[in-house]
Design a binder for this molecule. Structure first.
Ligand SMILES: [Zn+2]
Length: 170
C-alpha cells in the first residue's frame, strides 16, 4: 500500500469539520478542545498553531474539492525550508519552519506528496451531505465513501429507494 509521511495528519485536519446529526460541526471551534486535538496529532496545542492549522485546513479543503486552485496554499509555505544533513552515508532532510507553523506546513507537504505520488487517492466523500474526505488504498481504488458503514450504506439505500419510487406501478 502506498503511503506518504503525515497522511494521517492531513486526513485528520481535513476531517475536523464533520456533519454530526445533519449539522455541520467543527472539532476545532472550542479553544480547549482544539488545543487537546492539536496535541493529539503531535502539535504544540497553542493558539498560534491553531490559527495556522485553521487557515490551511480551509485552503486544503477547497483545493481537494476543486473549489480553489493550489496557489491558495502558497502563503502558508512562505519562508519554509528543508535543511539537509549528512549522517553516515545518508542525507536526512529536516523541515525548517517556526514551530507554530510546522503542523500546518506538514499537512500541506503531505497533500503535495499524495497529489504527486498517487494523484486521485485523496477524495471528498461522494455523499454530498457529508463533508469528510478519504484516502483510497490505491490509485485504482474506486472507493467513494468516507465510510462504507455510514455514507456508503446511506447512499445505496437512497438510490434503492429512488429506483423503487421511479419504477412504474405494477
Ligand atoms: Zn461520507
Amino acid at each position: 500500500m502506498d503511503s506518504v509521511p503525515d497522511e494521517g495528519l492531513l486526513l485528520a485536519v481535513l476531517n475536523s469539520t464533520p456533519v454530526v446529526d445533519g449539522v455541520p460541526a467543527d472539532d476545532l471551534a472550542d479553544a480547549a478542545r482544539a488545543r487537546a486535538w492539536l496535541a493529539s496529532v503531535g502539535g504544540l496545542g497553542t493558539e498560534a498553531e491553531l490559527r495556522h492549522v485553521l487557515g490551511v485546513r480551509q485552503a486544503l479543503q477547497d483545493v481537494v474539492r476543486g473549489d480553489r486552485p493550489p496557489a491558495v496554499l502558497a502563503p502558508a509555505l512562505r519562508g519554509v525550508a528543508l535543511i539537509p544533513a549528512l549522517t553516515g552515508d545518508q542525507i536526512t532532510w529536516t523541515l525548517s519552519v517556526p514551530p507554530e507553523r510546522e503542523l500546518a506546513v506538514r499537512a500541506i507537504l503531505a497533500w503535495d506528496a499524495l497529489a504527486r505520488l498517487s494523484p486521485g487517492r485523496l477524495r471528498p466523500c461522494a455523499n454530498g451531505e457529508c463533508r469528510l474526505f478519504l484516502i483510497a488504498h490505491s490509485k485504482a481504488s474506486t472507493a467513494r465513501w468516507c465510510s462504507m458503514a455510514v455514507c456508503g450504506n446511506r447512499m445505496k439505500a437512497r438510490r434503492h429507494y429512488q429506483r423503487l419510487r421511479s419504477a412504474p406501478p405494477a
